[in-house]
Design a protein around this ligand. Structure first.
Ligand SMILES: *Cc1c(COP(=O)(O)O)cnc(C)c1O
Length: 362
C-alpha cells in the first residue's frame, strides 16, 4: 500500500482575486501555494507523521544541524495542466530516484520512491487551484526537500530529519528565454570536484555558486558556465542549475559526461529525443579550447542549457576573462528551438507521450 499523506485543508485560503493575480504573472519561488507536505524521520521510528496541511513556518532550534552543516537536499519538478483540465507530472520517478541518490551522498535517510510520489501527488491535489492554465509556459513548480533537524552540533549522520514539499506557480524563467542567454565562463570558481557533491542536488552546491553568479552579472552575463579545471583551462561542466548541450554541424548532440555534474531529467529526455531530430546523442568531455575552436570553425553550431525550471534555453555566447565568442549566428539554433517545442508539447500534452513520461495526478 502506498504511504498516505492525510490532508488538513487550510482555513485561511488566499482570496480568489489574489490567487488570480498571482497566477496571471507568476514569479519563480516568490508566491507559495497554501499547503505543504511533511514527514519526519527519526532513528527510532523511521518515516512517520506524514501530513499535508496549511503552509506554515518551521520552528527550528538555533542548534539545528542543517543550519550549520548544510545537510540538505532538494528536488525540482513541475505539474502541467493539459487542455482537458487534467494535471500531469513529468517523470517524477526520475526525481524520486535522484533524491535517493542525493540522500545517500549527504548521509540522509532514504525516502522510498512511492513515498516521494505520494507526497508530491497529495500536495498537487491539495493545491489544485494553483496549477495554472497555461497561456505560454506556466506550471506548478514542486520543491521536495529534506534536512537534518537534530538539535545537536556534532558532524554525523542525523537522527532526526524533516522532509517537506512546497510549491509555487511559475512561468518562463528567463526574460531572454527565447532570444538566448550569454554564459560567463568562470576562471575563478569551480562548482565541484571528483568525489565531491557535484552529482547531488544539495543546497550547499547552490550556496557556493552565488559568488560566481555575481561575477557573471558583473560581466553582463545571465548565468555561469563551470569548468572542471582539469588539464589546461579545463572541460565544460554545466551552468549550475542547468545542463549544457551542444549541436554539431555533422548532426551530433553532445553533452558533458556525468561525474561531477548533476544528472538532469531534462538532459536525459533530450538525449532520448535527439534521434527523433536526426541527431546522434553523445556524452563526452568537451574542453573549453574545443568549444572555442569548434565555434570558430563552425563545427559547433548551437548551444543550449537544459533544466526543469528553464526547460531549454538557447545559449548565444560565452564570455570569460579576456575573451568572448558568439555561437553560430548569435541567435537561437533551429535544433534548439525544435527540441524545446517538442519537450514542451509532450509536457503540456499537445503530442502523444510515446515514452510514457507523463504521470496523471488529476
Ligand atoms: C536541478 C539541476 C539541473 C537540472 O536538472 P533537471 O532534472 O533537468 O531539472 C542541472 N544542474 C543542477 C546543478 C541542478 O541542480
Amino acid at each position: 500500500m502506498s504511504p498516505h499523506y492525510p490532508l488538513t485543508y487550510t482555513t485561511a485560503s488566499v482570496p480568489d482575486a489574489r490567487r488570480s493575480e498571482i497566477l496571471a504573472s507568476p514569479q519563480f519561488g516568490r508566491h507559495f501555494t497554501e499547503h505543504m507536505a511533511t514527514a519526519v524521520w527519526t532513528i527510532e521510528d523511521g518515516w512517520h507523521e506524514r501530513t499535508v496541511g496549511p503552509l506554515e513556518p518551521f520552528t527550528l532550534h538555533p542548534g539545528t544541524a542543517a543550519l550549520h552543516y548544510a545537510q540538505e537536499i532538494f528536488e525540482g519538478l513541475k505539474a502541467y495542466r493539459h487542455a482537458d483540465g487534467g494535471v500531469f507530472l513529468f517523470r517524477p520517478e526520475a526525481n524520486a530516484r535522484r533524491f535517493a541518490r542525493s540522500a545517500e551522498r549527504l548521509a540522509l535517510p532514504q525516502l522510498a520512491e512511492e513515498d516521494f510520489l505520494a507526497s508530491v501527488e497529495a500536495l498537487v491535489r491539495a493545491d489544485e487551484r494553483w496549477v495554472p492554465t497555461p497561456i505560454s509556459e506556466e506550471s506548478l513548480y514542486l520543491r521536495p526537500f529534506m534536512f537534518a533537524a537534530d538539535e545537536f552540533l556534532c558532524v554525523r549522520p542525523p537522527e532526526r530529519v524533516i522532509y517537506s514539499v512546497i510549491a509555487w506557480p511559475t512561468g518562463p524563467l528567463f526574460a531572454s528565454g527565447h532570444t538566448g542567454i550569454t554564459l560567463w565562463v568562470s576562471g575563478r570558481y569551480t562548482r565541484s570536484a571528483p568525489g565531491g557533491t557535484g552529482e547531488a542536488k544539495c543546497g550547499g552546491n547552490y550556496a557556493a555558486g552565488v559568488a560566481a553568479q555575481i561575477e557573471a552579472k558583473q560581466h553582463g552575463c545571465d548565468q555561469v558556465m563551470y569548468l572542471d579545471r582539469i588539464g589546461g583551462e579545463g572541460n565544460l561542466e554545466e551552468s549550475g542549475t542547468m545542463n549544457l548541450c551542444l549541436v554539431t554541424s555533422d548532426g551530433h548532440l553532445i553533452t558533458p559526461a556525468l561525474g561531477t555534474i548533476l544528472e538532469g531529467v531534462t538532459r536525459d529526455a533530450i538525449l532520448t529525443l535527439a534521434a527523433e531530430h536526426a541527431l546522434t546523442p553523445m556524452e563526452q568531455m568537451i574542453s573549453l579550447d574545443e568549444l572555442r575552436s569548434g565555434v570558430a570553425d563552425g563545427s559547433f553550431t548551437e548551444a543550449f542549457a537544459a533544466g526543469t525550471a528553464a526547460v531549454i534555453t538557447p545559449i548565444i555566447g560565452f564570455k570569460g576573462e579576456g575573451y568572448a565568442f558568439t555561437v553560430g549566428t548569435g541567435t537561437p539554433g533551429k535544433h534548439t528551438l525544435a527540441l524545446r517545442d517538442h519537450l514542451l508539447d509532450i509536457q503540456y500534452g499537445r503530442v502523444a507521450d510515446h515514452h510514457g513520461w507523463m504521470r496523471r495526478v488529476l
